[in-house]
Ligand binder design. Structure first.
Ligand SMILES: C[S@@+](CC[C@H](N)C(=O)[O-])C[C@H]1O[C@@H](n2cnc3c(N)ncnc32)[C@H](O)[C@@H]1O
Length: 337
């Protein structure tokens, strides 16, 4: 698997993030004859090609631009989205809590826009494998195109399976063959039984959920199976700081909530975890409570079909550019006789 080079001088086909006057951001894909037109003038792509990453170049109006290759976190925050993405702060925690390691055999669902897929692919490396399940074909198209745009091609150790995880997983992987499972979906509790079958003893399942009611339901479901260790849960709040001279203080604004993580490990077949001391009255729930956990009550915001088709086109255009650039790079690397 060749991946987009994250370093070295800029070449045709590279995506470059330009920070212009007053901090305005533009992302361009370098072309021999390409030009960026703004009300500050024209910046020719040729002035960047061959320059080192982190260069400063001037446009026709004399305005200077700082040029950097986008990091993965920059890319996922600006790529076309079909569904809400896992933010970088949560992706980092998922990799840590799920203990995703080089060579791991990982399953994720749903693939959504492919943000988490890219972090997982990085963490497992070329020796690992990732199977991403998605029940909506258009989302899978957006994810595939986003991954291709970032990596320059679709990696050979990644595949997307279309369908509902609960139905598709048993046919797609052997029982006990998966090291890690990450669920980012509205109703992860519907998939826990098949996940338990797919996981190897000691394997980890991590669920990323947006609301406390989902968190509660999936944790209770995991606990109720008796097939996992006691579930753990947390959320990650990242507060930026303003650090300038003597003005050193937290930022005034922050992203206060994205989601919660809940995770547990698969017990060996037939193993029964030692009893935990719990007060039944505090942990039991009724049918009325279950109503609060339904998809309608937790408020799933759906993208319109028209908007989704637009995102698919955007993502596929970017992927086609990246494929051409990657093919050109392969040609350049081919030794000549
Ligand atoms: C929030 S998005 C996932 C975002 C993705 N993790 C990312 O970082 O870009 C949730 C996705 O799960 C899919 N989904 C929901 N339930 C599913 C299921 N049971 N099986 C497969 N996909 C499912 C939805 O169609 C949607 O695309």
């Amino acid at each position: 698997m060749t991946t987009a080079r994250p370093s070295g001088p800029f070449r045709v086909g590279d995506r470059v993030q330009l920070t212009g006057p007053k901090g305005r951001l533009h992302t361009i894909t370098l072309r021999e004859e390409g030009e960026l037109h703004t009300h500050h003038g024209v910046l020719r792509h040729s002035s960047l090609i061959g320059q080192p990453d982190g260069s400063v170049v001037a446009g026709s109006g004399g305005h200077e631009y700082l040029a950097l290759r986008p990091l993965l976190r920059d890319f996922v925050m600006s790529m076309p989205r079909g569904a809400a993405i896992v933010y970088p702060k949560d992706a980092a925690q998922i990799l840590a809590e799920a203990d995703v390691f080089p060579g791991a055999r990982v399953v994720e669902a749903g693939v959504g826009s492919g943000a988490l897929s890219m972090w997982l692919l990085r963490a497992i490396g070329e020796a690992g494998s990732l199977v991403s399940f998605e029940r909506r074909e258009e989302f899978a198209d957006v994810a595939r195109a986003n991954v291709e745009t970032f990596l320059g091609r679709s990696p050979g150790n990644w595949r997307i399976e279309l369908g509902d995880l609960a139905e598709a997983l048993p046919a797609a992987v052997d029982p006990g063959s998966i090291d890690r499972v990450v669920l980012d979906m509205l109703a992860p509790w519907e998939c826990i039984d098949v996940v338990a079958d797919a996981l190897t003893p000691g394997g980890v399942v991590v669920c990323y959920v947006a609301t406390a009611t989902q968190l509660s339901r999936v944790a209770e479901y995991i606990r109720g199976t008796g097939l996992f260790t006691e579930p753990d849960a947390n959320e990650t709040m990242v507060r930026g700081w303003h650090v300038e001279g003597l003005a050193v203080r937290p930022d005034h604004r922050m992203v206060a909530h994205t989601g919660f993580l809940v995770w547990a490990r698969r017990l060996a077949p037939g193993a029964v975890a030692p009893e935990q001391k719990r007060r039944a009255s505090k942990s039991s729930y009724s049918d009325d409570d279950v109503e609060l956990w339904t998809p309608g009550a937790v408020g799933d915001r759906e993208i319109t079909d028209k908007n989704l088709r637009k995102r698919v086109r955007e993502a596929q255009r970017a992927a086609a550019g990246a494929r051409m650039a990657s093919a050109r790079e392969d040609d350049d690397d081919t030794p000549t006789a």
